[in-house]
Design a protein around this ligand. Sequence first.
Ligand code: GRF
Length: 206
Amino acid sequence: MSEAKKIGVLVSGRGSNLQALIDRIEAGKLDVKIAVVISDMPGAFALMRAEKAGIKTLTVNRKSYGDRASFEKAVDAALREAGCELVVLAGFMRILSPAFVAAWPHLIINIHPALLPSFPGLHGQGQAVAYGVKYSGCTVHFVDAGTDSGPIILQKVVPVLDDDTEDSLAERILAKEHEALPEAVELWAQGRLLIEGRKVKIISKK
Ligand code: GRF
């Protein structure tokens, strides 16, 4: 058996998507190794989750760096030092520069709480409730130089109910996020994502 591919996870907050990855790995259902978890926010709960799982953690506090380029250089160096082959954004609340994205071509994955291209940016769930859509969900996509605009890997759908609030919809979507993100990472690890322009084809298991 070949060695599990190494991934780095970038976080900023509570880390429930990170936990979903950890749980899948520990259950033997996701064959990757989380080589490092990096937070831009000191004290993020996600760091505690990683430590509990025995994963190396690092805080790269944006406020300690004069500009975005030097902050990103530190993040990039830490990912490379840990031997990461894929970067997973799991509730990472910063936009990465085109230069950073170009240095990891089709090797950064993000999870977004809406059915892109609807409702990109912040508060995807609140935007969906305010707009009055009947369905929303989550999207896992490769990161490109835009905001939430890269090629889509997977989407999962949930209904939006008449009495939904941003919070109640977010909770329903989050349950789907926790399925979608590990699934997408597993597809990547198995070499089953074929990117053709904007489209990502999922090729069948060898
Ligand atoms: C999720 O809703 C994710 O889609 C968005 O930020 C939230 C992060 O939640 N990008 P968590 O930190 O993984 O619990």
